[in-house]
Design a protein around this ligand. Sequence first.
Ligand SMILES: [Zn+2]
Length: 340
Amino acid sequence: MKKVYLMLHIALISVALFLLSARAVASERSLDQYVPLLPEVLDKALAIDPATGLYVQELSAGVYLITDGIWQSAFVVSDDGVVVVDAPASYGHKIPGAIAKVTNQQVKMLVYSHAHKDHIGGSAAFSQFEHLDIVALDGVARFLAEKQDPNRLVPTVSFEGTKTLSMGGKTIELRQHRNYHSDEGDLFVFVPDARFLMAVDTLAPGYVPFSGFDLTSNFHQYRKVFDDILAYDFDHFIGGHLTAIGSREDVEQTKAFTEDVYQTVKRIHDETELPVVMAATAEAVGGWDNKYLLFKAFLDTVAAKSTTEIEGRWIDKLAGVDVWTDSHVRTALIYVRWDD
Ligand SMILES: [Zn+2]
C-alpha cells in the first residue's frame, strides 16, 4: 500500500513538474525566441510597390489580384465593366485608382466574401460609383443593414446558396459554403475561365492559418473546408491574406497540418488523466477549493504537450508555427472535449 502511495506521489510530482515546464514552452516565449520566417516563404513573397503600397497582378483572363502584403482582394475586368471582390479596410480606398491604371472600364459591382471589417471596411470608397451593385449573402446583408457601419456599404443584392454573375463575357460563380469562418456566411468566388478561386480566411499559402484556425467559430466545419476547396478546378488560389498566391499543394499542406493538430490533441486529451492532473494541482496549491484552476491545469497540460509535439513536426515546413500553434491547439481542444 505504501509503495502504491509512493508511486502515485511520484506521478503527481511529475505532472506538477510538467505543468511548470509546459508553461515555459507554450506561453513564455520571448520575442527573440521565435524562428525567422522560412526562406522559401520569403522567396515567394509578392513584391509590394513602395510607391503605392500595393501589388497588382493579372493572374489569368482578366482576373487581377490586388494586395498590400497582408490582405488580398481581386477584381475582374470584363468588356462591360469591372467586378471587385472585397475592399479591405487597409487599402480599399486605393482600389479604384489601381483599377484605373489597367482599364478604362467602370466599376459596376462589388462582391463581399463575408462581413468582417478587415476585408470590406474600405468599401465606403466605392460610393463614388453610380449604379453600383453590392452583392453579398443574405446573412451578410442582414448583418450589415443592422450595423449601419459607415465604412461597410450595405449590400444592394443578396442571395442564399449560389449565384452566377455574367458581365461583358465574364462568368463569376458565387457559392455559399459552410460557416467555416464567420457566422453571417462565407462565400467562395470562382472564375472558371481563369481557373481562379478565392476562399477568404481559409488558409494562407506557406503559413499556418491565422490564430485559432483563422478565427473559426466552427472547427467542425473548418476541418471540411479544404475538401470543399479542392473540389474546384483551379490553378490560382487567393485566401485573402499574406504574401503569396496559393496552389493545390498549399491547400493539401494546410489540410495535413489541420488534421495533425486535431489528431494530436485528440490523442493527448484522451490519454491525459483528469483526476491525476487535478490531484497534482490540488497538492501544489494546497487544496481542492479552486475547481476552475484545477480543471484549467488539465486543459493547460493537454495544450502544452500537444503544442510542443506539433511544433516539432511543422516548424520547418510552414511559417508561423511557433506563433499560432498554441491557439490552434486551444480551438481543437474545445472541439475535442465538447463537440467531437
Ligand atoms: Zn474574416
